[in-house]
Design a protein around this ligand. Structure first.
Ligand code: PEP
Ligand code: MG
Length: 747
């Protein structure tokens, strides 16, 4: 074997690149490439193995082994030395291959006469494509430089595979593994099911020029791109809108990594060996991903993750490819992203069928927006951005938290059946739209919907809701870089009230702070944000924004009946203080000659257990109380609503929680205070029927839940169900769920 100098390496890469321009099919190119490599390296054998499916490699071209073996010799992942290279993603360099553990003798190739073996993986960011092997008769081990030279060649082969250089003819099944079905088991962010095509929020950068003519010019391009990138990072760090602690930390890490000498040196070496600047960045990104997979330390994994992000940014800088590649959005787009902010998600408007994120949480803004848009969201979906390509078929099962990428036909079939069944049921429910939710014995339940966006309002008609039981006002604050102007809010609230057309809308004042950080508010470094400085606590401590919002609501109402509720009250005094603020704002508006509502209903959200024990006077003083079950439950059971490990651990229908609800129901009955329930549980049929049977006669839920809940109420007898619940509790059952489920099943 001859040593490859830098200029030999460049000549070799140039010859490889030239094969791209040659006539002929993919097989001709592969054959030619193995000849060139064997010739340049001075070895008897050069072979290329590519994946036929995620588990099987196939010999696709060879110089030196028997030609009959091509497309016949196959091995499983992990099998033989080639399979080991493919599985580990690491090269094997051996002077005496037959004595290596796992060596597999393949008589059809005539391989036994070759003693030394070097195999390097052919892979491209996160994706294994195959293995490149050179072998020679003499027993010798190859130097690190030779191994490195082969890795550079393998990088170019990977790019060529991506560009489809080897497909066609006998290779039509071979090449990029991202043609195969993959399933991701994540977690539910928002229920529902959708079928569509992948739309990457940040599409992968396509490198079309893996080999470069002029290493000096490439090195200069790389230097320039790094300098610009560093400039951008500094700019972002200096930006006055950057106050999010996590974002700052990530940028600081980027800054450190971008200045890393080792990273740049390795890329410059790759360029000297003949790669283009882009291919050099990718090669190092590959290496980082490999280390990332194996890193046992979560901190180190995070940093490698940051390096991965930084490489993507550098690639975009080099190629000039922004997030907008000019690609056309497919029909029924399903957004796939590492993470996404609420404003960006809203920018997609109503086009999306579903969203799949690698990160995210149930309580994240993205989840709030998908809920408002009624589209399924799956979070924690592995490394899907590395696997998915724009336009790939995708199924999103928000109920199970599962995603099928490029699904088998049988899976897609079953999935379509499920969607069809849901659509069928929706049709049935639509026929109930104008019917009241009355049970068999004539008791009425008022079903309202939750909303938070203008985009939600059309559902008010479509779902047959009696009104908006909860209008979350924080989205307009979360999606802007500055505090919205009062006038903007007036216009928005006015449009909401207009759309409601006389139906009641309970506007909830801002529930921000802590976990829902707005860009223009100084972040509070709180150890336990859900129990921190949030919602009305912020409103009372910084009354400027609260007053402005209340003014906007009253002006939007323009004299119409208005209903306002305050979130997250722990003590009656907080409610009284908020109510005083509202009444003062109202009086001032009146003094200024503006119309004020004659009917102003002021309510409290019951989200902390303490309010269940507030004095009777508090219940009398509230015009209405709405139970925010999402928060109430997390504090009642001390189980974080966003923590996957515990959030489903405690049953809402556990006797202890029901006892607590009954206490509130009874107290509201005594003071004649209207009571509603507006957490997610109100939209779950079994839970909602139980609440109604216990006496909560106003339920506010996602619009899509109104049909199913109404359907059940109309078939049930709430008095009978109450007895069933009572019997289960008397019998000592901890949760009444089995009893309620069985009652409903027999309707
Ligand atoms: C709740 O806590 O149940 C609620 C409705 O408010 P949010 O989900 O916005 O905290
Ligand atoms: Mg809440």
């Amino acid at each position: 074997m001859v040593e490859l100098s830098e200029s030999d390496s460049r000549t070799l890469l140039r010859r490889l690149r030239d094969t791209l321009a040659t006539e002929g099919d993919g097989q001709d190119r592969l054959n030619h490439i193995t000849q060139i490599i064997a010739d340049s390296m001075g070895t008897e054998v050069c072979s290329i193995y590519l994946f036929r499916d995620p588990e099987t490699l196939e010999l696709c071209a060879t110089e030196g082994l028997k030609a009959e073996a091509v497309h016949h010799t196959r091995m499983r992942l992990g099998e033989g030395l080639v399979g080991r290279v493919a599985r580990s993603g690491r090269p094997i360099n051996s002077a005496d291959a037959p004595s290596e553990p796992g060596f597999r003798y393949m008589p059809e190739t005539g391989e036994e006469i070759y003693s030394s073996f070097v195999g390097v993986p052919i892979q491209r960011v996160g994706e294994k494509l195959g293995v490149l092997v050179v072998q020679s008769k003499d027993e010798r081990s190859f130097s690190d430089d030779e191994l490195y030279g082969l890795e550079v060649v393998a990088m170019v082969l990977a790019e060529m595979t991506e560009l489809g250089a080897f497909t066609g003819g006998e290779n039509s099944e071979i090449g990029a593994t991202h043609r195969f079905p993959v399933m991701f088991r994540g977690a539910t962010g928002q229920e529902g099911a959708a079928e569509g095509r992948v739309w990457l929020h940040e599409p992968r950068v396509v490198v079309t020029n893996p080999v470069a003519e002029d290493p000096e010019a490439e090195a200069a391009r790389l230097e320039e791109a790094i300098t610009e990138l560093r400039g951008k990072i500094d700019e972002m760090l200096a930006s006055p809108t950057l106050i999010d602690k996590d974002q700052r930390q990530v940028l600081e890490t980027f800054k450190m990594l971008a200045a890393s000498k080792g990273w740049k040196r390795r890329m410059l070496e790759d360029i000297a060996a003949g790669l283009s600047a882009e291919a050099a960045v990718e090669k190092e990104q590959n290496a980082a991903r490999d280390r990332m997979r194996k890193a046992p330390d979560p901190y180190l994994r995070e940093r490698l993750n940051d390096l991965d992000d930084l490489s993507n940014r550098l690639l975009r800088q080099l190629t000039g490819q922004g997030s907008d590649t000019g690609a056309e959005m497919p029909e029924n787009p399903v957004l796939v992203a590492r993470n996404i902010g609420p404003a960006e998600l809203l920018d997609y408007d109503r086009k999306l069928k579903g969203v799949v994120l690698e990160e995210g949480s149930v309580g994240s803004h993205a989840a709030i927006v998908t809920r408002a848009l009624s589209i399924p969201l799956v979070i924690h979906a592995g490394r899907i951005t590395a696997e998915a390509l724009n336009g790939d078929p995708i199924l999103v099962d928000g109920d199970q938290g599962v995603v099928h990428l490029r699904p088998e036909e049988s899976v897609a079939h079953a999935f379509r059946d499920k969607i069809a069944m849901q659509a069928e049921a929706q049709k049935r429910y639509a026929s109930l739209r104008d019917q009241p939710a009355i049970d068999k014995s004539g008791q009425t339940v008022s079903l309202m919907m939750n909303a938070g966006l203008m985009a939600d309002l059309p559902s008010l008609k479509g779902s047959g809701a009696d009104g908006v039981g909860l209008f979350r006002t924080e989205l307009q604050f979360l999606t802007r870089t500055k505090v919205p102007r009062r006038n903007e809010l007036v216009q928005l609230y006015k449009r909401v009230m207009d759309a409601a057309d006389g139906k009641r809308v309970n506007f909830r004042t801002l529930d921000i702070g802590s976990d829902k950080v707005v860009p223009y508010m100084k972040p509070q470094d709180e150890p336990n944000p859900a129990m921190g400085w949030r919602a009305l606590r912020v409103g009372l401590d910084k009354p400027g924004i609260l007053r402005m919002q209340l003014q906007a609501l009253l002006r939007a109402a323009d004299g119409r009946p208005t209903s306002i509720m305050f979130p997250f009250i722990a003590l009656p005094e907080e409610f009284y203080a908020a109510r005083d603020t509202l009444l003062r704002v109202r009086d001032r508006e009146a003094q200024m000659g503006r119309p004020v509502p004659e009917e102003l209903r002021i309510g409290a959200m019951l989200e902390t257990p303490s309010l269940g024990f507030a004095p009777d006077s508090f219940y009398r003083d509230c015009d209405f109380i709405s139970i925010g079950g999402n928060d109430l439950k997390q504090f009642f059971f001390a189980a974080d609503r966003e923590n996957e490990r515990v959030r489903r651990r405690y049953d809402t229908l556990d006797g202890s929680f029901l006892n607590f609800l009954e206490r509130i129901i009874a107290r509201c009955a005594v003071s004649d205070t209207q009571l509603s329930f507006c957490g997610e549980d109100a939209g779950r049929p079994i839970e909602s029927l139980t609440f109604a049977a216990l006496g909560i006669r106003t339920l506010s839920m996602r619009p899509a839940s109104i049909g199913p809940v109404k359907h059940l109420i109309r078939r049930a007898d709430l008095g009978e169900l109450r007895q069933v619940i009572q019997q289960a509790r008397n019998a000592g059952q901890s949760s009444v769920r089995p009893a309620v489920t069985s009652y409903l099943a027999h309707l």
